[in-house]
Design a protein around this ligand. Structure first.
Ligand SMILES: [Ca+2]
Ligand SMILES: [Ca+2]
Length: 313
């Protein structure tokens, strides 16, 4: 079992990776069902991030985990020169932002997690409660975010800026052992073709979906209603068919929130330190000289596609 898991992990590493965070849906289901799922009150803590990189802008997602703190992906925050977070119809400016000190730009390393400190606390929206257990594997996850949509047949191709929720089984992990894994994995099972199964069951859930290329940092929740807990941060999509478009058979990865509980707590508690310049504090001096994999170059393309589409709306 362990050997099979390791082989599969190696196969996943061999596939292409692309930062992500929106939602493709089953071709035999209605968009409304996914929009309604994303609008449920237990996911109100997920908001939209507008990121500025110099004169360039892009869109990501994030989850409110304290009145003035947003959890997101490191690759959403690391190059930003300004960040704002929109939730409940109100836009909040970021005062500072942080990425994990082990983040090097390598999505596959499993440190794609960041924190945004807002300049003012969010009013009227309850922060998400973080999942603190060790039972993520085998649980049904609900992914919530903004960005590109499409179906399992077409792949992601449309940006409408709407918030969606989709479900998937958290049935695998990246790493040598489940208890130390930093990344949770799902696959987009095809109701019409079992050969698209990558791991776990080949049968899709009722509202199965997959995070799609474009923006990232949204939340993966375990549990429903008041029991919903934030278990993952949307990180990247990997394709086995040569196209990172979140169609059937593609897989998605989420940074495991429970594995970073200490870093999250310590960062929020240490933020009172006054550092000139703000932003990227935890990343300073930690950027690795290791060449970036070719797949990372797609990040700019993905974000650029969204930014360009947004300007035309
Ligand atoms: Ca699946
Ligand atoms: Ca599967």
């Amino acid at each position: 079992m362990r050997k099979a898991a390791l082989l599969l992990a190696m196969a996943i590493v061999a596939a292409a990776a692309l930062p992500a965070a929106a939602m493709t849906i089953r071709a035999d289901r209605l968009q409304k069902a996914y929009l309604d799922l994303g609008a449920q009150p237990e996911y109100a803590s997920v908001g939209k991030i507008d990121e500025t990189i110099g004169c360039f802008s892009s869109i990501g997602s994030g989850t409110l985990i304290a009145p003035d703190w947003v959890l997101t992906a490191a690759h959403v925050a690391d190059d930003a020169t300004a960040i704002s977070f929109t939730i409940g119809g109100v836009k909040y400016d970021a005062a500072e932002w942080f990425v994990h000190p082990s983040w090097t730009g390598n999505l596959l390393a499993g440190y794609d997690i960041g924190l945004v400190k807002l300049a003012a606390p969010v009013a009227g929206v309850a922060p998400a409660v973080r999942y603190a257990g060790e039972e993520e594997f085998g649980a049904v996850g609900t992914m919530v975010g903004y960005g590109l949509t499409g179906t399992g047949r077409t792949g992601a191709k449309t940006f409408d800026g709407q918030k969606r929720g989709g479900r998937n089984m958290i049935d695998f992990y990246a790493g040598a052992a489940a208890d130390s894994a930093r990344v949770l994995l799902v696959d987009f099972d095809n109701p019409g073709n079992r050969r698209d199964n990558r791991f776990g069951s080949a049968v899709p859930l009722d509202l199965e979906g997959l995070i799609a290329p474009g923006d990232s940092g949204g939340g993966l929740f375990i549990g429903d209603g008041a029991a919903a807990r934030l278990a993952g941060v949307t990180s990247y999509v990997r394709a086995f068919d040569g196209k990172n478009d979140s169609d059937y058979g593609d897989t998605a990865a989420f940074t495991r929130v429970s594995a970073f509980a200490s870093w999250i707590d310590e960062t929020m508690q240490s933020c009172l330190v006054d550092v000139a310049g703000g932003g990227r504090l935890a990343a300073e001096g930690s950027v690795s000289p290791i060449p970036e994999p070719a797949s990372l170059a797609l990040l700019a393309l993905g974000l650029g596609a969204i930014a360009a589409r947004r300007r035309r709306v």
